[in-house]
Each structure stands twice: as structure tokens, then as C-alpha cells.
Write a protein that binds this ligand. Structure first.
Ligand code: ZN
Length: 317
């Protein structure tokens, strides 16, 4: 009887509007069916799995399946998601990436650990200072080139050149946010009068399409080389790299608009043939024609559609 009334009380609490309990406290999905009775938050099944591994700071129960003692129900009533947010997310820096349910486990777990375990965002905390300065140093046990031993190496992210050299698995989220911090600082310098709300969406570049293609050189007689391409629709750039993890780009093509003479043709210029890949297209720019080949017809179609979408948009001054 006690457990039944407890469960009813919790479900009632969840439905109470304005308490923030209708969505998971950590990833925001609607209708959380679990709760941490140590932290006083309502969470989803996925996040409850992360909390389960943090028994020092959190204990979880199912709202539907578990027994809820009267004092735990009272505790949940007094706390709840809005209350926890006010404490544990009091000072989340604007650049900090707050993961959603679709994000990978590493990001979601580190968000939960940063909030409740390391208490990085409670007021008066200074623990994220290393991150906010826009630079970060880390050690990595990297296998030496000529030896079988693992050697510590220092890697540095610098706000001034914005280059990430390497990261460790444990520090991946710190690095990720350090990169965001560096870019945020750069944007603030570049656009000093823009409000923070306008800068934050610009922190992460939106890559429209990414993948391998092969490209030849300006005379179209050069040997086709396989490169990793990223199409940045915001900046209207097709950037290419030796491989997806290369620190520096090999080159870039600015994608202008139709009015400025840009065009994509579903064919290669006469006499030009791909090396291994035959499905090709040509990007016509006022200065030069770029010849690219794709692994298959589907890739060719997707690249052309993505490029055409940018070309059809007029350029803003
Ligand atoms: Zn969740």
C-alpha cells in the first residue's frame, strides 16, 4: 500500500508542470521513468545506466518497478530537476557542449560526471578554469615510433592557432570543450558586439557532407589522389585533407553562387578519366574546374546535391 501511494505520488510529481520533471534531467528526453533518489532528479533509462555506475554520488530506482519509501518520495518532492539544475548547472560556460540523448555515451557520461561527480558547474567552482582559458595541456602515453614502450608525450591545444595535436580517451570531453572554448574566444574577439546566443551556434562547424573522393590537379592530367572532403555550408568551403584525422587541410575550394558563375556538372571534362573511381563530377568556378570522382553513383549524387544546394543560395555580403 505504501509503495503504491509512493508511486502515485511520484507520477503525480512528474506530471506537475513547471517542475522540470517531465524531461530527463541529463539528456532532456521526455517522460523519464527513472530517478536518482540521492540527487533528487528524474532521468531516462539511458542516463540511469550511467548513474548506476556512480554509486558514490547517485542511486537509481525505477518509478514504475521499484518500491518507493515514504521519505524518498518526500525527498523527491522537495528536490526535482529544476532544483538540481539550479545547483549543478549554475555556471555552465556558454561554450560547454550540453549533450542530448542522441549523442554518444562518452559525451553523455562525461556531462553527468562533470555535473554531479566533479561538480564543475556549481557556483563558486573554479575547476573548469583550465578549460575556459582556451588552452589545455595533456599527457598521452603514446607508443614510441621505434620502440614497443609507451612514452608520455605532451600535447597542447593553443587558442591562438586553434590546433589540436592529440587527445587521450579519458580526456576526450575536456579536449572537445577546450576546442569549443578556443573557438568561442576566437569568435568573441572577431565579433565583439555579437551576443553570446549568436556565437554559440557558430562554435561547431556544420559539415554538410563529408567523405572520401579522388581529385586531380589543375591541368586534369595529374594522377587522381584519394582525399577526405568536408563541405562546410556555413562558410561555403569544400575543404580537403590527406585523411579524416589530419591536423591541417591540404586545400580548399570556395563554393560561390550561381550568379557568380559556379556550377556542378555530372560529368568529367572530355578525355579525363578517374583512376579507380568512375562516378565523377566537375565543379566549375570562374577560375578553374575541379574534377572529382566518387566511389559509387550514390556518393556522386549526394555530393552534387549538397554542392548544388550551396550554389543555389545567393552569397551574403
Ligand atoms: Zn537521459
Amino acid at each position: 500500500m505504501e509503495s503504491y501511494s509512493g508511486r502515485m505520488a511520484l507520477l503525480g510529481l512528474l506530471q506537475a508542470s513547471g517542475a522540470g520533471n517531465t524531461h530527463c534531467a541529463d539528456c532532456g528526453v521526455p517522460d523519464p521513468e527513472w530517478a536518482s533518489y540521492k540527487l533528487g532528479v528524474f532521468i531516462c533509462l539511458n542516463c540511469s545506466g550511467i548513474h548506476r555506475n556512480l554509486s558514490e554520488i547517485s542511486r537509481v530506482k525505477s518509478l514504475r518497478l521499484d518500491f518507493w519509501e515514504h521519505d524518498l518520495v518526500e525527498f523527491m518532492k522537495k528536490h526535482g530537476n529544476l532544483c538540481a539544475k539550479a545547483i549543478y548547472e549554475a555556471e555552465v560556460p556558454p561554450f560547454y557542449y550540453v549533450p542530448q540523448s542522441k549523442d554518444c555515451l562518452v559525451l553523455r557520461e562525461q556531462w553527468i560526471r562533470a555535473k554531479y561527480e566533479r561538480k564543475e558547474f556549481v557556483a563558486t567552482s573554479i575547476s573548469h578554469e583550465a578549460c575556459t582559458s582556451g588552452s589545455r595541456e595533456g599527457f598521452l602515453w603514446k607508443r614510441g615510433r621505434d620502440s614497443k614502450q609507451f612514452l608520455p608525450r605532451q600535447f597542447i591545444l593553443s587558442a591562438s592557432d586553434g590546433v589540436l595535436k592529440y587527445y587521450t580517451k579519458e580526456e576526450i570531453v575536456d579536449w572537445f570543450n577546450a576546442i569549443r572554448a578556443a573557438r568561442f574566444h576566437y569568435l568573441r574577439t572577431a565579433f565583439p558586439t555579437a551576443p553570446v546566443s549568436e556565437l554559440v551556434p557558430k562554435i561547431t562547424r556544420s559539415y554538410f557532407k563529408e567523405g572520401y573522393m579522388e581529385k586531380t590537379g589543375p591541368t586534369h592530367k595529374e594522377i587522381f589522389k584519394k582525399r577526405w572532403f568536408s563541405l562546410d555550408s556555413q562558410e561555403r568551403n569544400l575543404i580537403y585533407f590527406k585523411d579524416p584525422l589530419a591536423a591541417f587541410e591540404t586545400g580548399r575550394v570556395i563554393i560561390g553562387s550561381k550568379e557568380h558563375g559556379y556550377e556542378v556538372r555530372a560529368s568529367l571534362p572530355r578525355g579525363v578519366k578517374g583512376k579507380r573511381w568512375k562516378a565523377g563530377f566537375t565543379i566549375v568556378t570562374p577560375k578553374r574546374e575541379f574534377v572529382l570522382t566518387c566511389e559509387n553513383d550514390r556518393e556522386q549524387k549526394e555530393w552534387m546535391e549538397a554542392l548544388n544546394e550551396i550554389i543555389s543560395q545567393p552569397m551574403t555580403a
